[in-house]
Ligand binder design. Structure first.
Ligand SMILES: [Mg+2]
Length: 376
């Protein structure tokens, strides 16, 4: 099945409330939607989802758009060997895209569309193609930093009422032990974890030794991204598992984390890994090393979130995902039905070929700020 056209849609959707972590704040979500058109009219959808303004990474919507439009998509369409474009073999697509250095978000967008189109053409759900199983995914709520303790506790209470399976709170120097202590005092033994977003140094180990008393599920990314030796040292001093997120930036980093024993849990993000294929390989590396993982988010919009949920059905994804209900973050989304979390904290993936969710054409055009067609 030949791909005859690639359409790129730059979309923008507002957040209900600004998203804050220790390094800054954003109020709208941009993404580049990749639409593959096969010669029989079938469609495959992917999403490249860097944060605006280099908030999280050096890649931005602007740079990702340019790279997709000017480099990646023309190269993908012009390849003489057919493995990726005509046979639609997603894993060889990942290998082809690896010839370009960097740009994981752009690659994840194009590669996700290849996976989706392949599954759609085979009339299979995406999870089956990825090697997962038919299961609901547990969802956890992530709660940012708030000016007052009362606001934080109110959020925790709300998300527990909504059924989320674990609560993650962000911590930063000066706002850590007291927050965890207060949450434990008010809500008892709930499944609780913290995310430091790399805001501490090994010299702060005493803070984590204090946090070690609170039976946390895990402590996410306490130290800097590259501080793998230091994470290994900190992990040796703690009972609580360290989960690495920012550090797990590619397959080479995941191998190094495993070798150094820098973490006991991995947060795998499809966008950062450069697609479902490499994210699956990271999952497999963790599984072989006895390191469980879970699926993190940037957060992405509906297409990338839905595809991530399919990946999260693989057996070594053993903790709740950060994928939450669409309406938790976004004023609207472009998929139908929206992603929903049940009162038991579970996300059921709709049945059907591909990702099971449909891209709503009117919502896509409503959210688009720029569209481009690249034809063969
Ligand atoms: Mg994190």
């Amino acid at each position: 099945m030949r791909i005859v056209e690639v359409r790129l849609h730059w979309i923008r959707i507002g957040f209900h409330e600004p998203f804050r972590i220790s390094s800054g704040e954003v109020s709208a979500k941009d993404a580049i939607v990749v639409e593959l058109v096969a010669e029989d009219g079938s469609r495959g959808w992917g999403e490249a989802s860097p944060m605006a303004g280099a908030f999280y990474s050096v890649e931005t919507p602007e740079s990702t758009w340019k790279f997709l439009r000017d480099r990646l998509v023309p190269s993908f369409l012009a390849r003489p060997e057919p493995a990726c474009r005509e046979k639609l073999d997603p894993m060889s697509c990942f290998e082809q895209l690896s010839e370009f250095p960097g740009e994981p978000f752009a690659k994840a967008g194009l590669e996700g569309a290849v996976w989706d189109l392949r599954a759609t053409l085979e009339r299979k759900p995406l999870w089956a193609l990825l090697g997962g199983s038919a299961r609901a995914i547990e969802s956890g709520a992530a709660i940012g930093l708030f000016p007052t303790l009362e606001e934080l506790l109110e959020r925790v209470r709300r998300f527990l009422t909504e059924g989320y399976r674990r609560i993650k709170i962000k911590i930063a120097p000066g706002s850590d032990v007291a927050l965890v202590s207060a949450v434990r005092e008010h809500f008892g033994g709930i499944p609780l974890m913290v995310d430091a977003n790399a805001a501490y140094r090994l010299e702060d180990a005493g803070i984590f030794e204090e946090l070690d008393r609170f039976d946390l599920l895990m402590i996410e990314q306490p130290l800097a991204r590259r501080a793998l030796e230091e994470h290994a040292e900190l992990q040796r001093r703690l009972r609580t598992p360290i989960c690495l997120d920012e550090s797990a930036e590619d397959l080479a980093a995941v191998r190094e984390i495993i070798r150094l024993k820098s973490a006991r849990i991995l947060n795998i993000k499809v966008q950062r890994m450069g697609g479902l294929g490499p994210a699956k390989l990271a999952h497999d590396l963790g599984q072989a090393a006895g390191i469980p993982c879970w699926l993190g988010t940037m957060p992405e919009l509906g297409i990338a979130s839905a595809q991530g949920l399919h990946l999260a059905t693989l057996p070594n994804f053993r903790y709740p995902t950060d994928v939450e209900a669409s309406e938790r973050w976004f004023v609207d989304d472009i998929i139908s039905p929206p992603i929903e979390v049940s009162h038991e904290g579970l996300i059921e993936i709709p049945e059907g070929p591909g990702m099971g969710y449909r891209v709503a054409a009117e919502k896509l055009s409503g959210a688009s700020i720029l569209t481009e067609r690249v034809q063969l």
